[in-house]
Write a protein that binds this ligand. Structure first.
Ligand code: PBG
Length: 333
């Protein structure tokens, strides 16, 4: 615990803030490129980079362009990228079969990256929403989200991603029991090295709006996700979820969204001491970029400060759309 060693003027806390040199010496936390996971959007076609309107600077890329992006990320020292597919509406169905198609966009992109840039870690998203005609992360029957049936589908999806070469599987669906089911299936099918980064404490948040545009799920979504994602008023429940997912075989855990939930990051890190990540989600990115584009804040400084906040809150890393921009800055480019 820190405490004030003496009374003023013996103690003048400004002494250690007097120059950049001294501030550097006493700085407790810092951001490095090793802390970054870059979420990127995949779409079909060739040579395509299509802007996402609500996320200035973010594009949906065809697989060839995804490979270029992975190469760029690797050159910048970014350790991992995370793939999210924009699925053509004609491939969205009630049974979500495209989710475990070995040749779907996510799997095709994973294979292409692992072929061209094997060093970079590829993380994939396990959830049915990009493939679901009603935009939900699970199967829907009579207006209810089915848990156990969904878990069976998620296992198939996760296995297809492992077969394609994913290094890290990221279940973002919030169904009960999915981590254990996916872990056993991975073990039984020769994928014991595949890691699971569980979206363990994922809140039902308004900050996902731009992402749902980016993956084409907003038009499709009927209702909200509050019967499976967490209530923003809860904190102890996050610890129960993280503990449960670790017991079921998660290697790393995530808190999502990021900036409004830094208290949860800190509690999780203090309580469990496991690799802990935060997702600075699309709406957080959009707020910073929107304000910066209007000249209301210094975008570069706000980017760095927002990401440093995650380190201070105890996170080991951050999923952020700023990854390449902040990596360039950290590399002095
Ligand atoms: C859904 C999923 C979401 C995000 C990642 N995976 C949105 C949702 O739960 O509706 C959000 C990411 C972001 O907003 O940047 N499986």
């Amino acid at each position: 615990m820190s405490h004030l060693p003496a009374a003023y003027p013996a103690a003048r806390l400004r002494r250690t803030r007097q120059s950049a040199a001294v501030r550097g010496l006493v700085r407790e936390n810092s951001l490095t490129v090793d802390d970054l996971i870059w979420p990127i959007f995949v779409r079909d076609g060739e040579g395509v980079e299509e802007p996402v309107t609500s996320m200035p600077g973010v594009v949906r890329r065809s697989v060839d362009k995804i490979v270029e992006a992975a190469r760029e990320a690797n050159d910048l020292g970014i350790p991992a990228i995370c793939l999210f597919p924009y699925t053509d509406p004609s491939k969205k169905t009630e049974d979500c079969a495209e989710a475990w198609n070995p040749d779907n966009l996510s799997n095709t992109a994973t294979r292409a990256i692992k072929d061209a840039v094997p060093e970079i870690a590829v993380m994939t998203d396990v959830a049915l929403d990009p493939y679901n005609i009603n935009g939900h992360d699970g199967f829907v029957k009579d207006g209810k989200i089915l848990n156990d049936e969904t878990v069976e589908a998620l296992v198939k999806q996760a296995l297809s991603q492992a077969e394609a070469g994913a290094d890290i599987i990221g279940p973002s669906d919030m169904m009960d029991g999915r981590i254990g089911a996916i872990r056993s299936a991975l073990e039984e099918n020769g994928h014991s090295e595949v890691m699971i980064l569980s979206y363990a404490a994922k809140y039902a948040s308004a900050f996902y709006g731009p992402f749902r545009d980016a993956v084409g799920a907003s038009g499709a979504l009927k209702g909200d996700k509050s019967t499976y994602q967490m209530d923003p008023g809860n904190s102890d429940e996050a610890l129960r979820l993280v503990g449960r997912d670790l017991d079921e075989g998660a290697d790393m855990v995530m808190v999502k969204p990021g900036m409004p939930y830094l208290d949860i990051c800190r509690r999780v890190k203090d309580h469990f001491g496991v690799p802990t990540y935060a997702y600075q989600v699309s709406g957080e990115y959009a707020m910073i970029m929107g304000a910066a584009q209007n000249g209301w804040i210094d975008g570069d400084k706000a980017m760095v400060e927002s990401l440093l906040g995650f380190k201070r809150a105890g996170c080991d890393g951050i999923l952020t759309y700023f990854a390449p921009a902040v990596a360039r800055k950290l590399n002095g480019l």
